[in-house]
Design a protein around this ligand. Structure first.
Ligand SMILES: Nc1ncnc2c1ncn2[C@@H]1O[C@H](COP(=O)(O)OP(=O)(O)OP(=O)(O)O)[C@@H](O)[C@H]1O
Ligand SMILES: [Mg+2]
Length: 266
């Protein structure tokens, strides 16, 4: 492979960076899945993360969200280091991720899946449950209202009483995305939102991402579908063999010979 090209994206104005990860590494046995990688996401952006199969993209997501502990590296989210926090705490801070294969609870209904995502409920504390029954009931009503309104906006309202396991693969991805909205996210990490999804639903998912982004949510999106990457992303990072290969605008990345070479070698 020829020379590595890393731009100074975002370096001039660090206050506008919502996620800043540096020198991240993770080995599995002798395999360096992520090798001294960095990534930054600008506040308010839709940022892409691409790379050939096995490049380390999902592992990088696992490191960013602490589902896997890095061998080394630093992750700053919204101005605070987060690598010592549990995935649940990171989600509470507003950085929430989805999975390459959607993780919904198949034997719960669509609505129940949405409600499970709610956080800091008074009812989770037994003492508060006894003394503040009215507040608990009100929270439950508010959460249900919010869940129904999100399901309505993504077109899953008719399915609210269906088991999540009865949804199509694409609808399950949509439900997983919709569920992230229950927790007031600042940044959503999406692992291949378009994979295995029919073209009509891909179009709808892209429209939802644009709408949520306009409402102030930043996105980091792993995606192999280049039409999706090119149409959604402001900036794209390329990973190959666990290391940064390039980053730039979608057009710059499309024309980058090093990137093309990495894909052709796939
Ligand atoms: N838990 C694990 N144990 C051992 N090896 C792993 C583990 N997770 C990932 N790997 C390996 O690390 C490398 C990077 O995998 P990763 O899933 O991060 O790639 P990816 O870029 O997401 O690929 P894809 O585009 O196919 O989803 C691969 O060689 C993979 O087999
Ligand atoms: Mg992956």
């Amino acid at each position: 492979m020829s020379s590595v090209t890393i731009s100074l994206y975002g370096m001039s104005d660090s206050s506008s960076i919502i996620l800043d990860a540096k020198q991240l590494s993770k080995s599995f046995g002798g395999l360096k899945a992520v090798d001294n990688a960095q990534i930054q996401v600008k506040q308010g952006s839709i940022t892409g993360l691409i790379g050939p199969n096995g490049a380390g993209k999902t592992t990088l997501f696992n490191l960013l969200s602490n589902f896997i502990r890095p061998d080394q590296g630093k992750v700053i989210f919204d101005g605070e280091p987060i690598q010592h926090l549990s995935p649940h705490k990171i989600a509470l801070q507003g950085c929430i991720r989805t999975f390459q294969v959607a993780r919904v609870l198949s034997r719960l209904t669509v609505l129940e899946n949405m409600l499970l995502a709610t956080q800091k409920q008074t009812g989770e504390n037994v003492l508060q449950l006894c003394f503040r029954r009215g507040q608990v009931k009100q929270e439950e009503r508010d959460n249900k209202q919010k869940a129904l309104s999100i399901l309505e906006s993504v077109g899953l309202i008719e399915k609210r009483h269906d088991y999540a396991g009865a949804l199509s693969g694409g609808q399950r991805k949509l439900l997983e995305m919709a569920r992230t909205l229950m927790t007031r996210p600042k940044l959503i990490l999406l692992d291949e939102p378009a994979a295995g999804v029919n073209p009509t639903l891909i179009g709808q998912i892209c429209e939802h991402i644009i709408t949520w982004n306009q409402e102030g949510i930043s996105f980091l999106i792993i995606e192999h579908n280049m039409d999706v990457v090119m149409s959604l992303c402001d900036h794209v990072w390329v990973l190959a063999e666990g290391t940064n290969l390039a980053d730039g605008t979608p057009t710059e990345i499309q024309q980058n010979s090093t990137v093309l070479e990495a894909y052709l070698g796939d």
